[in-house]
Write a protein that binds this ligand. Structure first.
Ligand code: BJW
Length: 231
């Protein structure tokens, strides 16, 4: 059976109106990464961080999945082999169009996490500082987001899938953040054919066998159609 592993990043949701991180007018141009996306930032100013993710949760809820998200769900439904989508995105646009074999390696806006007992529950649209955990009662609720210096989720499952992949495709990710930026090299070492789909070559673009350049809403449906045609 043929196996495809797909890594997605902020670029796949850009045409749904969700800003990317590293463009000039982006999220990181308006916020210092250290302030809003590190455990130290959260410890220093929890209200700022909780508000940042409340704002992001609202933006994600208002956004609609685009043709690229839909094409990947179609690929999973119609491909004769196995398709795994590993997303760095914290929005829920993949699952809203039916992607099921999906890993949110950097967490999810719609989830809350207890910093004490690691219990997870559905995040309300507006989280508040000091909310209590419904399981252990500690006042230690936080957004269920993987910040810099924290271990991304399901790494064993991801590396296992990369080691068995026949095709690895990275869509709309800049290749600036590890461990995801190392996935192409990992899959390539294990024998997969690698493809980068992006507006422009990423920081790790030279590691891919092929590139498909252009907006994801055009390139991803074209790529999916070609895979499904080939069977
Ligand atoms: C389009 C498009 C369109 C636009 N169509 N394309 C020194 C060296 C190496 C590593 C480190 C180091 N110092 C520290 C580290 C580790 C650190 C790291 O990588 N730092 C770097 C800055 C150097 N990483 C970590 O700390 C991670 N944990 C970790 O490493 O644990 C140890 C470990 C070791 C070994 C194995 C396993 C674990 C945790 C990283 C957590 C990242 N968190 C964030 C924020 C939280 C989520 C949130 O708030 O939303 O996740 S950072 C941010 O970057 C977010 C994203 O998921 C992530 C990646 O960004 P992405 O998706 O690539 O977006 P952009 O904006 O960068 O790029 C968009 C792309 O789309 C561009 O290429 C555009 O061209 C393209 N595009 N429109 C197609 N229409």
């Amino acid at each position: 059976m043929s196996r495809i592993v797909i890594l997605t990043g902020a670029g796949i949701s850009a045409e749904s109106g969700i800003e990317t991180f590293r463009a000039e007018t982006s999220l990181w141009a308006q916020h210092r990464v250290e302030d809003v996306a590190t455990p130290e930032g959260f410890a220093c100013d929890p209200a700022l961080v909780v508000e940042f993710y409340n704002m992001r949760r609202h933006l994600a809820a208002d956004a609609l999945p685009n043709a690229a998200h839909k094409a990947l769900a179609q690929l999973e439904a119609e491909y004769s082999g196995e398709v795994l989508v590993v997303t760095q995105n914290v929005d829920d646009l993949h699952e809203r169009v039916g992607s099921k074999n999906l890993i949110h390696m950097h967490g999810a806006l719609n989830s809350a996490l207890c910093a004490v007992c690691e219990h997870r529950w559905d995040a309300p649209m507006m989280m508040h500082v000091g909310e209590t955990c419904p399981s252990c009662g500690a006042a230690a609720a936080r957004p269920d987001i993987v910040w810099f210096g924290e271990m991304p989720y399901e790494m064993d499952r991801i590396f296992n899938a990369l080691s068995r992949a026949d095709i690895f495709a990275a869509i709309g990710t800049s290749g600036n953040v590890y461990p995801a930026a190392g996935f192409a090299a990992e899959a390539s070492r294990a024998g997969a054919k690698t493809l980068e789909i992006n507006l422009e070559q990423s920081a790790v673009g030279a590691q891919f066998d092929e590139a498909l350049l252009g907006p994801a809403t055009q390139t991803v449906p074209e790529w999916v159609a070609s895979i499904l045609r080939a069977g």
